[in-house]
Ligand binder design. Sequence first.
Ligand SMILES: [Zn+2]
Length: 260
Amino acid sequence: MNEQTGQTEQLGLGRSGAAAPSRRRFLAGGAACLAAAPVLGAAGESSAYASTEDGQDVQETSGPMPTPEQVLRRLVEGNRRWVTGRLTHPHQTVARRLAVAGAQHPLATVFGCIDSRVPPEIVFDLGVGDLFVVRTAAQTNDGLVQGAVEYGAEEAVTPLVVVMGHQRCGAVTFAVDVLNRCATAPDHLEDVVEALRPAYEVAKPMPGDQVDNTVRAQIRLTVEQLRADAFLRPLIHAHRMHVVGGYYSLDSGIVDFFGS
Ligand SMILES: [Zn+2]
């Protein structure tokens, strides 16, 4: 397990300030369809957060769009609070709820597992309006998931996407067992198993813990899939967003980020 210190330096993130992107760039023709879902801010808006003395951030102000590196640093800091038990529980007040009722400016999109022990807002010590969260068993990817990530990256301009797997993932354990026995899982569980087959094949020849190797392979393959996404790729090349992997330790609470 790597130390958290210096994690952001491993990732090769763009350090230049990101230009304020134009929202709904690709969706201008569908404005009427979006009118019934007034959850997003006006074009060109971004946000910074002002903290009150008790750590309950409630106020949004205009400011430059944070860079992927700045967002990652914020996630690292929040995770450190979770690990050390010095939580501030930001953005969990009535005032915060009201502040984001008309518009949201999430910092990041987290694509993680459904596991009840890995709730992104808690392990990063964040609150309402801070994250887009997509969760499936063992963060298995498909078109709907990819579309949700695209939505988060473009429509609300989240500068960072984190693909987060975790230690002792039950869904991966299940799939590895099924595949090792050349068996078939019932009903839609087979969809999960088949979605994990590429990671299983990558990890199978590796020495060590087969389940853990498969978890890490699944993270890396999913990062590669998202980075290759035709919709996301221009944003990545423009340093407006970045896709990173994260491995969450159930034992320590540490999210170990990695870039490839
Ligand atoms: Zn899991």
